[in-house]
Ligand binder design. Sequence first.
Ligand SMILES: *Cc1c(COP(=O)(O)O)cnc(C)c1O
Length: 391
Amino acid sequence: MDRFEGDFTAQAPLPEAAIEAALGVLRSPRLHRYAPGDDPVAALERRYAAWQGRAFCLAVASGGQAMQIALRAAGVGPGDAVLTNAFTLAPVPGAIAGVGARPVLVEIDADLRLDIGDLVAKAGTSGARVLLLSQMRGHLGDMAAISATCDRLGLTLIEDCAHTMGATRDGLRAGNFGRAGCFSTQSYKHMDSGEGGLIVSDDADLMARATVLSGSYMHYARHGAGPSEAAFAEARRDMPNLSARMDALRAAILLPQIDGLEARCDAWTARHDRIARALADVPGLVMPAPDPAERRVGSSLQFRLPERDAARCAAFVVACAARGVTVKWFGRSTPEGFTSAHASWGCVAPQDLPQTDAVLATLFDMRVSLTFGLVDCDRIGSILADEAARA
Ligand SMILES: *Cc1c(COP(=O)(O)O)cnc(C)c1O
């Protein structure tokens, strides 16, 4: 039986320009964003805001901090209910719990998108004022319908775009639908600085609060794409300093990656589609239906084996691993690696989510690495197809 010899955890090399810029910062050595002189963090904020097409951008320490700060800047406080998808990763409910709020989980459908009917129901029963929408694994959903529903219900929409940097729905970038969009630059996201996060918005008041929350002290006017000084009158007095700044080194590494971002998104999708092609005709294997209005970035691949029980799902993961293909399974009863299901999030009160549980029970997830060539993708696809047919 053939085996895939590549590395599912490997990262594509950083651009030389990023390495040079990092060395420049190390030699300066002005690593803090508020050190006198050039500020690569402000430069990153300017450049990313322009790329994204939003008025403001704030760089912070992580995607999780971006979400916590955005929630707090949007007025979420202790005891408040916040709606979010039942299918996401632990830092999302973690960000809600981090501001003392209560995550209220909304069902997903079989295509891994938010169930808008359940959103309406849960908004009614919970009294939540905010939806933190996780565009989990790049499946945006019908953003026009979600936005319209939020408007109708008076919900503030905040987007978790950890997996959708560069993605679009109806031609509009993920992160530009809500009051704020939150991105991660952790190594396994679409730009890599090890850790890091970005918040984008067109709302000057929210961004003034977010900037002070991030730990700007009285240097808020030195930001690259922030609101004018007048917007800070209240925020500078009222907001606590949560010390979640991005440093110059990470910004210097990120800045040159923006130029290559579109091409990287296309490269992920080409790889994803090659693997998906091999899975198209496997009996009993179901992939999320592509959404023609969406440009999804294929940095990961999901499929279900709805007719298989838990024992066979577990055996499938083992069989793929034996042939060098790393697949994660969301139906596992105990969390493993980065993968966990809502029942194991300690900060979330137990909630009944029969529809999501039925989807997750047989849902598999695979990272698509840019280090894979297209021929590698054919081999991965044929191993997955082979083992799925056998499972
Ligand atoms: C990684 C991730 C985050 C948080 O990003 P960090 O930078 O790791 O804090 C948020 N949401 C999702 C869906 C993620 O995968």
